[in-house]
Design a protein around this ligand. Structure first.
Ligand SMILES: [Mg+2]
Length: 149
């Protein structure tokens, strides 16, 4: 796990990469929405395969990829590890595109996440709230209602 993930730095580098080698600086909102839907679909595809499980087709693909030395059980274990890695990669793609959509649309993703999270917590009467940071000053934790004091 990465300690102290620097979201601001991530956003800056991601935008630079987008504006540079990816050449997608001037894409409209529809482009970012489509990219998000594509990545969500890729997550669903991996999840579907994981739900279906390690079947003969997956065994044949793993055998072709990794050779004849491994047992079926070893290949099945490796397959699940690979699927979890793929799931993580697709989730990372999704996260990146969601952040780019936010940057290109001109809103602060973390302020929006904090604000929405807290609003839902209040609606559901949960005790878990996200505390605002210097980047999300507008996302104030919900105050308890007067009649609840
Ligand atoms: Mg992807």
């Amino acid at each position: 796990m990465i300690e102290n993930f620097d979201m601001e730095l991530f956003q800056k580098i991601s935008l630079e990469r987008c504006n540079g080698p990816f050449n997608c600086a001037d894409q409209p909102l529809l482009y970012w929405s489509t990219a998000i839907a594509e990545e969500a679909g890729e997550i669903a595809g991996v999840a579907k395969k994981m739900a279906r499980g390690f079947n003969k087709r997956e065994l044949l693909k793993m055998r072709k990829k990794h050779g004849e030395e491994k047992t079926d059980t070893e290949l099945e274990q490796m397959w699940f590890v690979e699927k979890k890695e793929q799931l993580a990669e697709e989730a990372a793609d999704l996260f990146t595109y969601i952040d780019l959509l936010a940057q290109k649309s001109g809103f602060d993703l973390w302020a929006a996440v904090t604000s929405k999270f807290n609003r839902v917590s209040e609606e559901m009467q949960c005790t878990e709230y996200m505390l605002p940071t210097s980047r999300t000053e507008s996302a104030k934790p919900a105050e308890p209602k007067i009649n609840e004091l």
